[in-house]
Design a protein around this ligand. Structure first.
Ligand code: 5GP
Length: 205
């Protein structure tokens, strides 16, 4: 059976990556979004096992010491991580997996030697990012300033990624993401063994 492909998606907070990836997964029947572990508390409306696997700090730290994360990072003072076992299981079952993680986590995935395609989503400007952060009214003024400060650093990491998508307009950005994912799955190493099976039938006399 064909093994799934791994995708890493990063973007500064407020860029719209969550909505874009949610929609992408709806459009790509073979793709699932990874569910991260986090030691932060659920926000109103968030459900354990749906938005994240919410665990306490002690459990998270014991998962780190048992090497259970493909990557993990401290983002805005909270711990987030991707389970190695969950990811491997999904890939082995043939599903493409999207990890929506920060730039530090993306670096760890690269260093792990995992075969991943990475995509950076770039907000079109700092002022548009600020108005998106304010518009979703999830963060205090101080948090928004902190996120903008971090974003100024994060955008510099774009050239560590295989692809960059500017989220100027939702549908256009979604279309570009879809093209990238479809293109990657058609690359010869990713298309095997389906392609090998078809080619083998041509060799039958
Ligand atoms: P939030 O608390 O708003 O849900 O997420 C904050 C940030 O944490 C997101 O922008 C996302 O990039 C990052 N994040 C979420 N899950 C993971 C993860 O498993 N690993 C890493 N490295 N970052 C994550």
């Amino acid at each position: 059976m064909r093994k799934g492909s791994l995708f890493v998606v990063s973007a500064p907070s407020g860029t719209g990556k969550t909505s874009l990836v949610e929609r992408l997964v709806e459009l790509m029947p073979n793709m699932v979004e990874s569910r991260s572990y986090t030691a932060r508390s659920p926000r109103p409306g968030e459900t354990n096992g749906v938005d994240y696997n919410f665990v306490n700090r002690e459990t998270f730290e014991s998962m780190i010491s048992r090497d259970q994360f493909l990557e993990w990072a401290d983002v805005f003072g909270n711990l987030y991580g991707t389970s190695k076992a969950d990811t491997e299981e999904k890939l082995a079952s043939g599903l493409d997996v999207a990890l929506v993680i920060d730039v530090n986590g993306a670096r760890q995935v690269r260093q792990s030697g995992a075969n991943a395609t990475s995509i950076f989503i770039l907000p079109p400007s700092p002022s548009i990012l600020e108005s998106r952060l304010r518009g979703r009214s999830q963060n205090s003024n101080q948090e928004i300033q902190e996120r903008l400060k971090v974003a100024r650093e994060e955008v510099k990491a774009f050239n560590e990624y295989d692809y960059v998508v500017i989220n100027d307009e939702f549908d256009a950005a979604l279309g570009r993401l879809k093209d990238i994912v479809s293109g990657c799955c058609a690359r010869v190493p990713d298309a095997r063994p389906d392609v090998d099976n078809i080619v083998a039938t041509f060799e039958l006399k």
